[in-house]
Structure formats: structure tokens, C-alpha cells
Design a protein around this ligand. Sequence first.
Ligand code: AP5
Length: 213
Amino acid sequence: MIVVFLGPPGSGKGTQAKKLSQELNLSHISTGDLLREAVKKQTPLGLKAKEYMDRGELVPDSLMIALIEEVMPKEGGFILDGFPRTVPQALVLEDMLNRHGRNLDKVFLFDLSEEVVVERLSGRLTCSQCGAVYHKKYNPPKQEGICDLCGGKLIQREDDKEEVIRKRYRVYAEQTKPLIEFYQERNKLTRLDAEQDIQEVNRKLLEVLKNGG
Ligand code: AP5
């Protein structure tokens, strides 16, 4: 099974991808996590990507396409979280899958308003060691400031400041929203009400993937 998660920043794509990948034994490919790892290790990709990410802009398609060519599994199911984000990226993905004789099963659109995005991202806490994601109010760690899973220190992401969050939302509206029509035309798109709580969104995802509706 090959699934794409599409939606504005902070709409819960990463949270749901982590859960669903365990529940359905799928690989989880998050381009945001891969880029943050590259920035941390100061690889050539990380050095180029950092300035775009800090400004809340998209990293150029050429870099993202090279990255996805490198990491996309040749077999087994996977969830793409944060890729594609532009029409050229979607066309390359379609071509790559075709070349490997594979097919995209579903694209989930996580629907969320800008105000909820800002509230969620300003309360988000991320583990500096393992990348686990929490929320001060909606998904707090057991012990303040400490990751439940690995004991790492919880931090606020550089791009989770209000002005950068609003910029990322604008970039989403301008450059990523055209993918809604792209996937609707291909009959792949399912809309999810991402304002519901974490368990309810997960329940809906499983229902659609298991029963188709
Ligand atoms: P990326 O890391 O992909 O950021 P994003 O898409 O902006 O998504 P987020 O990680 O911010 O949010 P999310 O939807 O995963 O929400 P989460 O589950 O964390 O990308 C970062 C940057 O990398 C981009 O800006 C760009 O520069 C670059 N990049 C990445 N991919 C690229 C590409 N393909 N092309 C070009 N550039 C690219 O949840 C958010 C918060 O809400 C958490 O605190 C969580 O606990 C909480 N929460 C989750 N679900 C719920 C719920 N149902 N109810 C209440 N709270 C909830």
C-alpha cells in the first residue's frame, strides 16, 4: 500500500503517519524529518536546505526530487508525509512509481483552518533526540520537557514561531493546494476532518484504508 499525506503545516500528518505506519506495518517517509536530519549533520543537502526551511519556504524541487529518488523503497508499503508538495514533485512521483510498476493507492487531505494550525504549532514540542512529537495541551509528555520514548530533551522547532508558521501556511496555499485538484482528477483524494482529536483521525484513516470509506 502506498499512501500520501497532504495538508497544511501542523495538520497532524506526522502524528498520524507515525501511528499508522506501526499499525499497518508501512515505512514512514517524512521529507521534513529527513531534511532536519541533514541540517543537523550539516550534509551538502542540509546546508542548502536550511535557509529555505528557516524562512518557511519550500526547498527547491530539484533537491527534493533527488532526495526522494534516493530514499523511496523499491518494495513494501509506505506513507509519504510531506511529499509531494508541488505539481512538478507529484509528476515525478507518478513517473517513479510507474517505472517500478507500482501504484499510488490513496492521498489523504488533512483539512485544517489557519487559526488551528497556529494554535497547534505554537504548542508543539519535538524531541531533540528521536523526533517524537507532543503538544503542550493536546498530547503532553508524562514528564514536562522530557520525551516519553527516549528521555531526550523536548524543544520548539525553529520554524514554529508565529510569523514563520503563517508564512508556511501561505506557501502551502499557493504551492501545495493545486495538488488537491491534481489528485481529485486521478480519483485518489480523500478529505479528512483534521480538527478532530488524534484518536478519531486515526480511526477514520484506518476505516478508509481497510474498508474504502
Ligand atoms: P515538514 O516537517 O514536513 O513540516 P509541515 O508540513 O509544515 O508539517 P509539520 O511537521 O509542521 O506538521 P504535521 O502536519 O506533521 O503535524 P504534527 O503531526 O507535527 O517540513 C518542514 C520544512 O521542510 C518545510 O517548511 C519545507 O521547507 C521543507 N520541506 C519538507 N518537505 C518538502 C517538500 N516535499 N518540498 C519542499 N520542501 C519541503 O502535529 C502538529 C501539532 O499538533 C503537534 O504538537 C501534535 O501533537 C498536535 N496534533 C496532531 N494532531 C492533533 C489533533 N488531531 N488534535 C490536536 N492536536 C494534534
